[in-house]
Design a protein around this ligand. Structure first.
Ligand code: AMP
Length: 408
């Protein structure tokens, strides 16, 4: 083999290949270049968030396996930032360089039926579900699980895409047709009190490290705000961390993986889904932890020891979606006027509604305070714009709640 055998560290100065080219790859590349690595990125696009900060941006289709092999032969290790990379692409790359996490981790987590089967077989708590291949299966599943329920395509959409809420059995046929009559799962609707997640990592030697439990608020199915640490009981915290450890061990992950949970009114944790890579709910680690989730991915895939995940101060992260650009360019100096807020922008030129353009992170003395500051900083971005819509409503309601405290 032309690449280091398992366990031989890939050291600074080496080149890392990233499949995918979005913001996760960008933050990974920033962490890698800071430690003296070179980064090549591969995706179908050009002038991408990752490509802009990489040493080389290779534009090619994931189906062009010869080009993928050529890309992998010029790097010492391949990782990914986009879990919908086809299995054949990961396999072609693995002919020329180690792929971490391994292709089997991708294979298991990129399809809901496989992922849920893996979780249930390992005795891990999942949202009650049924596999649906035909409309008749859906009718039976609705009778068993009750309504409301959520029909989700087996192939992952993301951020709520490929999902349909079913409020009554009479809606079954329309939901089945709307999702294209293809393999799906029906999930019981979980009346959760909170959504929480744990981002964790595992090294080649099996060391495990996690960033603790964080709390996530979604808006229109898209992550909106993360608060770290989560305001949950010690028992929930310990259980979520232990479940996460089991997931990484049973999947034999080398890299970073996020487990997203629903927390019920009875303090029961149910796994919603897994993401075998750094996750949006771990972006706060870039500013708030000794080792960010991106550096941790680098350390893990390079066979280095893991870094400390210690949270230096409570933190909160607010996503910046394209909607914020609706009226005019957000007022960056207004957010910069909050001295405890860090601004992250991903270099995307086209601001479409719902598109993740960047995020803000606030550090504070408590999770509540961090949450208030980050929301106020985001509201300040559009406070002076003559806008209508969600961004403006948020600014107005933060103002009404007296949350816009301003710097100092
Ligand atoms: P997903 O793409 O499956 O992570 O779903 C996106 C969001 O939809 C989740 O973060 C929840 O807020 C909501 N959601 C998804 N599945 C369920 C469910 N079974 N019960 C309640 N809410 C759900």
């Amino acid at each position: 083999m032309s690449y280091p055998a398992d366990g031989t560290p890939v050291l600074p100065g080496s080149c890392i290949g990233v499949l995918g080219s979005g913001q996760l790859g960008r933050m990974f590349a920033i962490a890698a270049r800071r430690m003296g690595y070179r980064v090549h990125t591969y995706s179908p696009d050009s002038d991408t968030p990752t490509g802009q900060v990489s040493d080389e941006e290779i534009t090619g289709s994931y189906e062009d396996l010869d080009k993928v092999r050529e890309f992998a032969s010029r790097v010492q290790v391949v990782t990914f930032e986009f879990e919908n990379v086809p299995a054949a692409t990961a396999a072609a790359a693995a002919e020329r360089a180690p792929v971490r996490p391994a292709g089997i981790v991708l294979h298991t987590t990129q399809q809901r039926v496989r992922e849920k089967t893996f979780l249930s077989r390992n005795g891990l708590p999942v949202t009650p579900y049924r596999v649906i291949d035909r409309l008749e299966d859906l009718r039976v599943a609705i009778a068993e699980l009750g309504c409301p329920a959520i029909l989700k395509t087996a192939d992952f959409g993301y951020d709520g895409k490929g999902q349909r809420r079913i409020n009554a059995p009479s809606e079954a046929a329309a939901a089945w047709a709307a999702l294209g009559e293809r393999e799906a799962v029906l999930e019981a609707f979980v009346p959760f009190t909170k959504e929480v997640s744990v981002v964790a990592s595992r090294s080649i030697r099996g060391e495990f490290a996690h960033y603790g439990v964080v709390e996530n608020e979604h808006r229109n199915h898209i992550l909106d705000v993360t608060v770290a640490p989560a305001r949950v009981s010690d028992r929930v915290r310990a259980q979520a961390e232990e479940i996460t450890r089991t997931v990484l061990e049973k999947l034999d992950v080398v890299g970073v993986l996020c487990v997203e949970f629903f927390l019920t009114g009875e303090d029961e944790l149910l796994i919603n889904e897994l993401a075998p890579r750094p996750h949006n709910s771990g972006h706060f680690t870039f500013d708030a932890c000794i080792t960010s989730q991106f550096e941790q991915q680098l350390r893990a895939v390079c066979g280095l020891p893991l870094g400390s995940t210690e949270l230096m101060r409570p933190a909160a992260m607010a996503n910046l979606l394209g909607d914020l650009w609706a009226g005019q360019e957000p007022d960056w100096s207004a957010a910069a006027a909050f001295p405890e807020v860090k601004i992250h922008l991903y270099g995307k030129t086209e601001a479409r509604p719902g598109r993740k353009m960047g995020h803000l992170t606030a550090l504070a003395h408590s999770p509540d305070e961090a949450s208030q500051i980050v929301r106020a900083a985001r509201a300040a971005l559009t406070r002076n714009a003559a806008l209508s819509g969600p961004a403006c409503e948020e600014a107005a309601s933060a103002d009404r709640a007296g949350k816009i405290c301003g710097p100092g």
